[in-house]
Design a protein around this ligand. Structure first.
Ligand code: GDP
Length: 282
């Protein structure tokens, strides 16, 4: 299944004409899932344009994994990339200036930059931070309009106030699961039970210490994802009539903790796990 709402077709057309007006495209991805939160279509519409990448939400991603991703993009793919927290002005502004300097050395004129990315990566947050006021509507409506305004920033950069919205790609299955786990797509786009088990497996395999810190009652740590969810449900009183564990409720609790960063700084994918089904040239 391809999650492709009708309005996205219109967005695609608008996006192409908006891209024609800019010098550089800044793709915002989620630092916890830099591949899954990217859209390979961007590469096609960006022909002849400078492309730069921001790994946003680095404050809730695993620092070592983020470093590995930066090396992957900057060294292997040769795509200038930086990691930031979108609400920190210094960080965002410095990253943008350094990325633009790497692709556009003609500083006699302004560099026009447009922010693009799939919903929920933090595009509006970054634009608001950089402009120091509320410029972009936060939310997932396609917003590349003819009324786009530009904001001038330090470093001879002009940035368009409304981001270009790309759609999330949910194939292969693993990609859909990672996106749903991050909250970038609706839980209903992928089976909720599968998302919960996938999340529990990731936590058990890579972040056992985070689990113990958040759920100290897990002693010993269960070995299987299903058991992890049930133990958390049991300890947190997620019960149905008759004393049965409410799996859905327990799973929701864990996923909410994971998404919000309450479970610690967790990355959902690492460069070393790159699946050959992915279009990695992004
Ligand atoms: P957009 O759909 O790409 O415009 O994304 P938004 O700017 O609306 O952000 C989506 C969600 O991510 C919101 O709940 C933001 O508060 C949150 N968010 C954005 N940037 C960051 C960040 O750097 N760190 C964290 N922890 N959350 C962020």
């Amino acid at each position: 299944i391809q999650w492709f709402p009708g309005h996205m077709l219109e967005t695609k057309k608008q996006l192409k004409s908006a891209v024609a007006k800019v010098d550089a495209l800044l793709e915002v991805v989620d630092a916890r899932l830099p591949l899954s939160s990217s859209n390979p279509f961007l590469k096609r519409i960006a022909t002849g344009k400078n492309r730069i990448k921001v790994l946003n939400k680095a404050d809730i991603a695993n620092p070592e994994t983020t470093q590995a991703w930066l090396e992957y993009f900057n060294r292997e793919i040769k795509l200038p990339a930086a990691a930031i927290c979108g609400t920190r002005l210094q960080e965002a502004s410095h990253a943008l200036q350094s990325l633009v300097a790497q692709v556009d050395r003609n500083k006699a004129r302004k560099t026009k930059v447009m922010v693009v990315g799939i919903p929920n990566t933090g595009k509006s947050t970054i634009l608001n931070t950089l402009a120091g006021r509320k410029v972009a509507k936060t939310g997932n409506v396609p917003a590349v309009t003819r009324h786009q305004q530009r904001t001038s920033l330090k470093g001879n950069i002009d940035i368009y106030d409304t981001p270009g919205i790309l759609w999330p790609v949910i194939e292969p299955r693993q990609r859909g699961l990672v996106l749903a786990m991050s909250g970038a797509i609706s839980d209903t786009a992928v089976d909720y039970h599968d998302i919960a088990l996938f999340a529990a497996q990731l936590l058990l395999e890579r972040y056992p210490a985070c689990l113990v810190a958040r759920y100290p009652f897990l002693n010993p740590l269960p070995g299987a994802p299903q058991d992890l969810i049930e133990s958390v449900g049991n300890a947190r009183g997620c019960l149905k009539k008759g004393g049965y564990i409410d799996f859905q409720k327990a799973a929701q609790l864990i996923i909410r903790d994971l998404r919000s960063g309450r479970l610690g700084r967790i990355s959902f994918e690492r460069p070393k796990d790159i699946n050959t089904n992915y279009d990695t040239d992004q």
